[in-house]
Design a protein around this ligand. Structure first.
Ligand code: SF4
Length: 411
């Protein structure tokens, strides 16, 4: 069993608003309206700054000083702004009101606002709400909040089906679904869907397979709707991806020989793709700071398949049920930490001097300046890293900073 340090104190993580950047790409008929401050607007704009659309699919309703002084004004202004938005953008089918630190501080009730706006715009748009506030959420929890808000809208169903939960890059998802079909699992649905109105059904015949490890609330909500969670490691690296698919196959009674016939060639190819990166990574010491919630599955991949030594594996919060399969695969005695006390964690890092640290953007430059190679954790949620086919690219993401540092020291 891994050793665990629990900490609380100053945290260095992005807030849940960041997940709008990948969610709005996934559901082009949805709009994400942050109810927040200019800081929130800047955060979302700069996180999404590299993407240019004819019409943006997110925006910020800025709470001004007047709103902060009186809730009535804030609600009226929100109603006015939403009416204007929907008039200008009649193609929007789902509108997410996304809470922020300022809306939380003034106790603006966005659930009530969503109810009111649903009444006003019935038939045109569905209005939902969730929190992306930095007080409550780390950046990947934004996706958990958004998906959880969709769960009550899913139609009921008794049919046997596999439900993949968590945003995947479209081509990666197509590939995984085609592999499930080859193994004999015919009905495969996804949450989030590619159109916000084409929601998958859920019910007692649904077996849910999490593609992302940060969806605790969504998983619980789906189980409450009758779905059954398939326990599995997450589909990162060859081993995790194979086990993830094999767990789904077992839940649908697919024979192991059929699973092997479909997956073994991919496993072989994936291992070959990892090999050149393993040469760089093997024996190197790795620390992961708590940020994306992908840390534990990535640590498992990097230690077991790439030969890295784990110095510390941080996670913003530890959901023991959703992480059970991953924890069992970590090397015995791995040092885990849950939560963050930034100064203490940095002291531990400086003492241990790992070769590579996976961390948020804010810590990367200071650590690089101290001579420690870093990898931005946010890159991992923007890159297609799921499945055996992507295992080589995933390993390469970690080998690249070490190669760069080695090249610089020879220059
Ligand atoms: S929600 Fe909070 S942490 Fe996130 S950008 Fe707005 S003010 Fe900053």
């Amino acid at each position: 069993m891994p050793a665990l340090i629990r900490e609380s104190g100053q945290r260095e993580v992005f807030c849940g608003l960041t997940s709008i950047v990948w969610l709005h790409r996934r559901m082009p008929d949805a709009f994400f309206l942050v109810v927040g401050s200019r800081t929130c607007a800047h955060l979302v704009q700069s996180a999404a700054g590299v993407m240019i659309f004819a019409e943006p699919r997110f925006g910020t309703a800025i709470l001004g000083e007047r709103d902060l002084a009186g809730l009535a004004d804030a609600n009226e202004e929100l109603d006015r702004l939403v009416a204007r938005l929907l008039e200008r953008r009649p193609e929007i089918r789902t509108l997410f009101l996304v809470g922020s630190c300022p809306s939380e501080v003034i106790k603006l009730d966005l659930a009530k606002a969503a109810e009111r706006l649903n009444r006003q715009h019935r038939g045109q748009v569905t209005v939902l709400n969730y929190s992306g506030s930095g007080i409550e959420t780390t950046f990947t929890q934004g996706e958990d909040g958004a998906l959880q808000a969709l769960v009550p809208l899913l139609p009921p169903s008794q049919e046997q089906q596999l439900l993949l939960v968590g945003t995947l890059a479209d081509p990666v998802e197509d590939r995984l679904i085609s592999l499930f079909h080859k193994m004999g699992i015919d009905r495969v649905a996804s949450l989030p869907p590619r159109r916000s109105t084409e929601l998958p059904a859920v019910g007692p015949g649904t077996r849910l397979l999490l593609a992302q490890p940060f969806l605790s609330g969504t998983a619980r909500a789906l189980v409450n709707r009758g779905a059954e969670l398939i326990p599995a490691p997450y589909p990162f690296g060859v081993e995790g991806s194979r086990s993830w698919m094999a767990a789904a196959a077992a839940a649908f009674g697919v024979a192991p020989a059929q699973v092997a016939a479909v997956l073994d060639p991919l496993v072989e190819r994936g291992r070959r793709a990892i090999a050149p990166h393993r040469e760089v990574l093997a024996g190197k010491r790795l620390a992961l700071l708590p940020d994306s919630q992908l840390e534990i599955p990535l640590a498992r991949f990097l230690s077991r398949e790439c030969g890295m030594e784990l110095v510390e594996v941080g996670t913003p919060y530890l959901d023991r049920q959703l992480m059970a399969e991953e924890l069992a695969l970590l090397p015995p005695g791995t040092q885990l930490s849950e939560g963050q006390h930034l100064e203490r964690q940095l002291d531990r890092l400086r003492a241990a001097r790992p070769d590579l640290v996976v961390c948020g953007l804010g810590l990367a430059n200071p650590l690089e300046a101290e001579g420690i190679a870093t990898k931005w954790s946010i890159e991992l949620v923007f890159s297609p890293i799921h499945g055996c086919d992507q295992a080589g690219e995933l390993a390469e993401l970690f080998a690249r900073p070490l190669r760069r540092r080695a090249a610089l020291s020879f220059a």
